[in-house]
Design a protein around this ligand. Structure first.
Ligand SMILES: C[S@@+](CC[C@H](N)C(=O)[O-])C[C@H]1O[C@@H](n2cnc3c(N)ncnc32)[C@H](O)[C@@H]1O
Length: 218
């Protein structure tokens, strides 16, 4: 069973090898699209980024955002993120839990969570969005992206629980093994999780990733 603690522990251990996922040659065209999409959406925005990891996307957003607060639960990934350069954009890193991110203080015009959705149980996605919205100004932009399911993927689904959450067996370079929840929401699942009062919802499936943006209610 995955707990919040076991997921955090997996990413703490995976931190040194995490960015290998962004070096896969076949994913480069999609990653370029995600980069352009994200850079455009956050232009001039005061951004709160949840589960920022090693700062890979923080660095992309820093090119155009007005300010960034990037949060993650793990000191290990935050140390890697802090070591990167962010140009002129003021970037603050916080050790904070996604499940209480509404407590983060700021006047955020955009909330971003990338490659986080797949690790949430299906029954918790609405709660997460409510928590994220709590941190954002009325009418703020919400920006989400994650993996699409891949036929013949290198890491197959190992089991499905009673609620429909799917899991993978992951192995790190150290040889350590973890069972990690990895959900692949459909467009309908995503639309159903977003509150009805949201506006300007846009869903884009690429080859490897889905992209979603909307405005929270004013
Ligand atoms: C798949 S990684 C994504 C990292 C980054 N957003 C990216 O796309 O490169 C998931 C991240 O979630 C973080 N995480 C795990 N549990 C968390 C929690 N409860 N609150 C905040 N971050 C968490 C992990 O430390 C890890 O950095």
């Amino acid at each position: 069973m995955q707990t919040d603690e076991s997921l955090a522990a997996y990413y703490a251990r995976r931190a040194p090898e995490f960015e290998a996922v962004y070096a896969r040659p076949e994913r480069q065209p999609d990653l370029r699209q995600v980069t352009g999409w994200l850079e455009g959406l956050v232009r001039g925005q005061d951004v709160l980024e949840v589960a920022c990891g090693t700062g890979y996307w923080t660095q992309v957003m820093a090119r155009s955002a007005r300010s960034l607060v990037a949060a993650d639960i793990n000191a290990e990934v935050l140390a890697l993120a802090r070591a990167k350069a962010y140009g002129q954009c003021p970037v603050t890193f916080l050790q904070a839990d996604a499940w209480s991110v509404g407590d983060v203080q700021g006047s955020f015009t955009a909330g971003v969570a990338l490659f986080w959705w797949s690790h949430m149980a299906r029954s918790r996605t609405r709660r997460f969005l409510a928590e994220l919205h709590r941190a954002l100004l009325p009418g703020a932009l919400v920006i989400l992206a994650d993996n699409l399911p891949l036929a013949g993927a290198a890491t197959p689904i190992s089991r499905t629980d009673a609620e429909g959450n799917t899991y993978q067996e992951r192995r790190l370079r150290t040889g350590e093994r973890f069972e990690v929840m990895k959900n692949y929401p459909s467009e309908a699942d995503l639309r159903a999780a977003v509150p009805g009062a949201a506006t300007a919802l846009s869903y884009t499936p690429l080859s490897y990733y889905w992209l979603l943006s909307y405005r929270r209610s004013a």
